[in-house]
Ligand binder design. Sequence first.
Ligand SMILES: Nc1ncnc2c1ncn2[C@@H]1O[C@H](COP(=O)(O)OP(=O)(O)OP(=O)(O)O)[C@@H](O)[C@H]1O
Length: 247
Amino acid sequence: MTSMNAPLLASSALYPPPALSFDGVTFSHEEKVLLGPCSFTLDGTGPTLIMGPNGAGKSLLLRLAHGLLSPTQGQVSWSSEGSPRQAMVFQQPVLLRRSAVANLIHALSVNNVPRRARAKLAFDALERFGLAACSDTPARVLSGGQQQRLALARAWVLSPQVLFLDEPTSALDPAAIKAVEAAVREFHKRGTRIVMTTHDLHQARRLAGDVLFLSGGKVREHTPAETFFNTPVSREAQAFVAGELVD
Ligand SMILES: Nc1ncnc2c1ncn2[C@@H]1O[C@H](COP(=O)(O)OP(=O)(O)OP(=O)(O)O)[C@@H](O)[C@H]1O
């Protein structure tokens, strides 16, 4: 599912993208602290890859950043005035029961893009993401990789300043993973802030500008990617990079 929560501008994303700050953010459920307290700022060029073992709190952090969850304590803020235009792509894309192109046109319509501009924007995005031949195919009949590219195309037409991706390739084969990574690079080149979770160390090495490493609901490390992979500081990150089983 792609969700937008700021007015859509006709232009592409503005550069540099807004910085994201967590200030003492905690998320608790039934009195149990699941995440935090977390304090960090994402103000580099990224992409930011969020890594850590199962249950570390990666998805919670992404959902708090995107505003799908509210912190129990602390504040999530942006350097921009108000919340930037942002989209989120999930592991399992949520697509409407209609054609690929109609999914994009619907997204443009609900974001108040003028009717006359919608078809061109939609077809251009399908072409960019290698889906031109599938424009009339029902979205839910597309392969998993095509569906994920359609979810990315739907985000693309809305020119987000920030794109969150939660394990977008964990259900895909290598060719589909390559296509999704190429799409992520396209967003990055356009100046969109990318914040993405992955379990895949190789993928993180290919994509990351910086790495935010979580374990046990805490941020253990936030460093440039090179530092994270070559000289991780925390014991947890050292074990993770070494491929040991971390919990
Ligand atoms: N809405 C929620 N309410 C209660 N508990 C939750 C909620 N969302 C997640 N949790 C719990 O919070 C912890 C962190 O979950 P989260 O999904 O963020 O981990 P993760 O690092 O993304 O893990 P994985 O790599 O397995 O996807 C887990 O113990 C999970 O069961």
